[in-house]
Design a protein around this ligand. Sequence first.
Ligand code: ADP
Ligand code: 5SP
Length: 497
Amino acid sequence: MFLGIDCGTQGTKALLLDAATGTVLGEGSASHELIRGPNGRREQATEQWIEAFEKATATALAQAGVKGAAVLGIGVSGQQHGLVTLDAEGRVLRPAKLWCDTESTAENQRLLDWLGGEAGSLRRLGVAVAPGYTVSKLLWMKEQHPALFERIAHVLLPHDYLNYWLTGRCCSEYGDASGTGYFDVRSRHWDVELLRHIDPSGHLTAALPELIEAHQPVGYLRPELARRLGLNSQALVASGGGDNMMGAIGTGNIAPGAITMSLGTSGTLYGYCAEPRINSQPSVATFCSSSGGWLPLICTMNLTNANGAIRELLQLDLDRFNALVAQAPIGAEGVTMLPFLNGERVPALPQASASLHGLTSENLTRANLCRAVLEGVTFGLRYGLDLLRDCGIHSERIRLIGGGAKNPLWRQIIADVMGAPVICTTHGEAAALGAAIQAAWCHARQDDPQASLEEICERCVSLDEETAVRPDTRAVAAYEQVYRRYRELVNSLYGQR
Ligand SMILES: Nc1ncnc2c1ncn2[C@@H]1O[C@H](COP(=O)(O)OP(=O)(O)O)[C@@H](O)[C@H]1O
Ligand SMILES: O=C(CO)[C@@H](O)[C@H](O)COP(=O)(O)O
């Protein structure tokens, strides 16, 4: 039995996997709150992740009717890029600054200038650093909280922090580390010189965690924690990884030829590569995968959160929102929403704001507003898919995961906007599943160093044919025009992108 945990932006999901049969025996979840502040601040109290971990795990075990003693391994997936800082006693210094925080946009620009712009950053690191990445959050903390900055003894990512809480060891695996912005994705090393530029004293570089491979364990569960959670004290804690890297494993995207699309708080698209195919396109982030390769990825910062904002404004529950989307025609009778409520990463518009266009007294309806936001966030993903396709990442069918993938109407809209068939995996919580699969792999490798991730994925990951949707030719043509309208608006407001 293996426990997979996914600490996402809106909540933590836990899943219990019988890796011998590939059966998911139980699932649990618990939500998180965001701390919002001026200038795009988006933070989270790390205590919440721990509370949610405990609650979601207890629910998954109870649902499975399995005793915690049967858990042989734990894998943790986490939202990427977040900054967690600890002092020398292992105490968290301040709330975690998240991937969707754009408060450090100015600091990011200064770092980019130092790196020689996006092209220089791509040459040096293999990625163009973006405001969401960890690196600018460190410079921001140095300038905004110098006393706390001085006390930093460990710099961790969200899933590294949970691994530390589980085992007492600070380390990081290559996939999540590759999203920090102080990591060279080609050579798979920390960029120590870049950190010295931020902090010449060198204490930041001393705070970097040790790097481990995706199949290596972090250690064993701390005995007192095992007692408290009712888990096996011999449970091995796997390296874990970023949620997109774990989503790749949980959708079987561990060989070239597949694209996964995640409809979570963020929208992401990624496909596995066996080599670091760095492209000159700065919006495509060639992160490392947590299966030994690379994972070119695009991420939009406005997805289910933007739908949620319109739902809240119009006081609609999910069913009513979806019903209203269905009522409006393709193109929302001329209403277009650029949904950049949080700024945007792809295209790189961290300081952009959302806007509505084409409103008239005839088309200003609740249905058109709901349709316009759903289409707007989907067009953001289409833009990203075209960039990935330009980089040579292709897939016959797009594998859909994340909360939004549960929505059949949205699945059809995605197939039509992307002009490609889509399908969900049987287990929608793919990041938690990927984490459990990685834990099973890590455990198997203790006895057999040749144990294969492919074999475990084959047993545990399947596609749910009932969710398969093909693009509708007429709808594809209609969306193409509406997409053009959307792109023209982006270009006219923000310059050619
Ligand atoms: N049927 C649905 N239609 C549209 N959105 C949905 C549906 N079910 C869940 N969601 C949305 O999915 C989001 C949560 O997705 P999830 O992948 O768990 O996010 P994260 O991992 O970022 O916390 C919520 O905003 C929720 O409203
Ligand atoms: O920043 C990225 C990817 O680079 C995001 O995808 C985060 O990893 C958050 O993921 P979700 O909470 O939306 O799953």
